[in-house]
Design a binder for this molecule. Structure first.
Ligand SMILES: [Fe+2]
Length: 304
């Protein structure tokens, strides 16, 4: 049997066919996964919500009933989590891969199969959702492969016509983050957009939720789901990482940005002058940069 990877989560689809298209922007669902995800279903701590709580030593996020979202949650200890769940609060266990070498290598294998940068932050999260509860409409800056472990969960997905390639999440009705507000519209929809697609996840279903897609959920019966979640490093992230690793070699660029925030006009002028000098020097260096050199350094040399 092939080791766990992207093919395990999207079976019977072929990863090559999936990656051929505009995969990162297109939701898809597959049902009835069994053998390909057997190793996950066999993990002792994923047998039930109670089993996971028993194994958990850190904090658990409990979603408050007001808006049922990460933006309104408290961190609780495992001993209090079951009581809150019984009071119909959803629970989120973050970085579940830390419990299992198998999950850690699965997260890395799926990242590699997707062709995401080596610096991508990938992790597993488990959502325990009480009957009739779910998440408020929102979009994420991450992508998610959601594997339903127990119970039934309905998902509503709608494409995002307001903002392209968001770098931060947003929940309908909540304040827009400062970075998002620099390029997003002044206001977002006030409810889940019309014409959303509905997906019903049963144990063994996997739903791919693209970055930026509006979504909300509701469980029918107590539900448990495991997410493979990956942030989406953009070209700007690749460039900024390369820029920093280059500039940090220079003692001049490592110098204190002295006087930049000064109220003394002379000091401020000197600071601007010094910065202009560094920028000019950098523009003469930039034409020598190539994608090949940068990416060979961050991802390892390829044989393209
Ligand atoms: Fe989400």
């Amino acid at each position: 049997m092939k080791p766990f990877g992207l093919h395990s989560l999207i079976s019977p689809r072929n990863p090559d066919d999936l990656l051929e298209g505009n995969w990162s922007k297109t939701p898809f669902i597959t049902h009835g996964l069994n053998e390909s995800v057997r190793e996950i279903f066999d993990l002792p701590f994923l047998q039930s919500r109670e089993a996971l709580i028993r194994c958990w030593s850190g904090f658990i996020q409990a979603h408050l009933p007001d808006i049922a979202d990460e933006s309104s949650s408290i961190e609780v200890r495992a001993e209090d989590a079951e009581k809150l769940f019984k009071n119909r609060m959803g629970l989120l266990f973050n970085n579940v891969e830390k419990l299992s070498p198998f999950l850690r290598s699965a997260v890395e294998a799926v990242r590699s199969d997707l062709g995401l940068p080596a610096a991508t932050y990938g992790r597993c999260m488990v959502y325990a959702t009480p009957d009739g509860k779910g998440t408020a409409p929102h979009f994420d800056q991450n992508i998610n492969f959601v594997l339903q472990l127990q119970g039934t969960k309905k998902w509503w997905l709608a494409s995002n016509e307001s903002v392209e390639n968001p770098t931060e999440r947003h929940t309908i009705g909540q304040p827009i983050t400062p970075e998002l507000s620099t390029y997003a519209p002044v206001s977002f929809p006030t409810a889940m957009p019309e014409g959303s697609m509905t997906y019903t996840l049963e144990p063994g279903s996997v739903l791919f939720v693209p970055r930026g897609y509006w979504h909300c959920t509701e469980a029918a019966g107590d539900a448990l789901a495991l997410n493979f979640t990956y942030n989406q490093p953009a070209w700007l992230d690749v460039f900024l990482a390369a820029l920093r690793s280059r500039l940090v070699l220079s003692p001049e660029w490592r110098e204190l940005a002295d006087g930049v925030g000064s109220t003394n006009q002379e000091r401020r002028k000197r600071a601007r002058c010094e910065f202009d000098g560094l920028l000019l020097e950098h523009t003469t260096d930039l034409p020598n940069w190539s994608a090949e050199n940068i990416l060979d350094a961050t991802e390892g040399a390829s044989e393209i």
